[in-house]
Design a protein around this ligand. Sequence first.
Ligand code: 5AD
Ligand code: SF4
Length: 443
Amino acid sequence: MKRYYIETYGCQMNVADSELVSGLMEQSGYVPAESEYEADAIFLNTCAIREHAEEKIHSRLGTLRKLKEGRPETIIGLLGCMAQHVKDDILEHKSYVDFVLGPDSYRRLPALLRRQKETANSIVDTRLSRFEVYENLYPSRNEGINAWVSIMRGCDKFCTFCIVPFTRGRERSRIMASIVEEVEQAVAQGFVEITLLGQNVNSYRSEGSRFPELLHAVSEVPAVERIRFTSPHPQDVDDEMLFVMRDRPNICNSVHLPLQAGSDRILNRMNRTYTKSEFISLAERIRHILPGCGLSTDIIAGFPGETEEEFAQTLEVMERVNFDSAFTFKYSPRPGTKAEEYSNHISEEVKQGRLQQLIELQARHTLERNQNEIGKTVKVLVEKESKKSSADWAGRTDNNKWVIFPKGAAQIRDLTDVRIVAAKGVSLFGELAQIGEMPHAVA
Ligand code: 5AD
Ligand code: SF4
């Protein structure tokens, strides 16, 4: 029996893609390996979003080269967003890599594995497709309570800092009926939470249907306890989407709303298509229609040309919106993007200083928002054992906050009432609500 091993870097889309590749490998007669040392085929599913992500892959390839010296028959494949970027380097200098496959080429994998036996050269396919959505492929899902379901691929927004439109190509959506069918299958396999995925998840459109209709259809699948989705673009958030979220109890009350920057000039240079005040109004509108909604965001520090005053506006938007959590990044120039060609790149020290300010402000907001939850009884989906103690469970609230609480009689997959007693760092701490205890009102 041949064994495969996949290491996944980057976003959830890559996690879902790795599950597709696992499905293809298993159809080809391979079984999963416990580690790279036991694998006949090793894949790195790569990320190109920031330079640091690429550096990690280069150093990992160095280790795999040594592994292959000892076991020359091992197949090494590089998949995903870095494919295009590294293909010349691989062809010229890294012949120990057997395949380089871009995000739209995974269907070729079984045929390539067979062909591999006849050729010593690296095989490279980084072509992007206008149509490939991997319909009719069966992902081999990682165990757990959450199933990732990819609903659209690619991005047409072309934010000037972002490599994704180049690495993953044009936007295309799956047919609604097949998404619903995949959700039904996931539920039949025991998954209780569904996360709909896309680079621009809410610009989904297929055969006249748009994202709110898809959300509604998925929420009607029996036994789906929770539905989440990521990552939306503010431009495509509309009332219809918010109304479906409000009206369907199993759609979670949380929205990821990437801000990126707070000043109108920088937003414009980023090609983000909204202004500072439009963003703030949208956040207010979300909280108005969806009271208690968890709001998370992405923010970039030190975009080319960003002045101190402009950066201060990012902090100001954060103060106004009070996000529940934020992913914060230093701007990282990506070859081939428009922003990389802009003048006035910001020094590493200034970027680092600004990033630190973002982190500190968000830590304060997260704690404040979490302290508001203390005393409430909230529904928590029990997901896994706490990393810190085998006596505790970890699960998330509807509005996407992690809660740690003593196990008691609760089991994994239970949607259970937990009374929040404390907030520390980014987590909440709670205790199982007593049976018969009146739940506190949830604001
Ligand atoms: N530099 C820094 N952060 C970036 N992101 C995307 N491209 C870059 C870049 N070149 C961030 C954005 C995006 C998140 C997924 O990654 O904030 O929303
Ligand atoms: Fe990148 Fe912007 Fe597309 Fe998101 S919307 S993937 S940040 S180009």
